[in-house]
Design a protein around this ligand. Structure first.
Ligand code: 5GP
Length: 181
């Protein structure tokens, strides 16, 4: 393992927190209605796999998307247009209409991607769209969006890797969350 990385959370700490998040989600969504859980690939894959198992006694439907947000330059600021570049989606429009959607993301930084994704699912006719993120950088936000469920928050913009998150496609398979020193 590289020497320039420092562990922030172990797999067992993550597992405990993800179980708590699953219980929070169960308490909020109607038990009798299927929940459409959307994994934002690639970074959220490991978190998603653990979180859906922690959402007990619910009919959880799976969906996978790869997305980035579009930006428009205004002066020296980059503003989200609220539209999303959906590079891949396994979800048919018919699955979204009337659905209770849970977007599962690895980390929220500026918030642009999740804001655009949330608007996308509402525009496609979702009944409700909530956001679960393992990690959050609240002081990096440039658009108005907050997660409904959050594992851990970080300040001063560390670069996080492991448990699905990469640095140039490396480190995704680490079984904990680390920061690059
Ligand atoms: P946002 O639209 O919120 O700025 O972008 C979120 C995306 O940026 C995440 O899904 C992730 O791909 C990437 N990202 C932001 N911060 C980090 C970080 O600290 N580590 C890694 N690996 N990716 C990050």
């Amino acid at each position: 393992m590289a020497e320039n990385i420092e562990q922030l959370y172990t797999q067992s700490q993550i597992t405990e927190r993800v179980k708590e998040m699953g219980a929070e989600i169960c308490a909020d969504f109607i038990p009798s209605k299927p929940l459409l859980a959307i994994c934002v690939i690639k970074g959220a894959v490991l978190f998603y796999a653990d979180l859906v198992k922690a959402i007990r006694d619910r009919d959880v439907r799976f969906g996978f998307v790869a997305a980035s947000s579009y930006y428009s330059a205004t002066g020296d600021r980059m503003l989200s247009t609220g539209t999303v570049n959906m590079k891949y989606s396994s979800v048919d429009d018919s699955e979204i209409v009337g659905a209770d959607v849970l977007i599962v993301e690895d980390i929220i930084d500026t918030g642009r991607t999740l804001k655009a994704l949330k608007e996308y699912f509402y525009e496609k006719g979702a009944n409700m769209v909530k956001i679960a993120t393992l990690l959050n950088k609240p002081d990096c936000r440039v658009v108005d969006i907050e997660p409904d469920y959050c594992g851990f928050s970080f300040y001063n913009n560390p670069y996080i890797i492991g448990y699905g998150l990469d640095n140039a496609q490396q480190y995704r398979n680490l079984d904990g969350v680390y920061k690059i020193k």
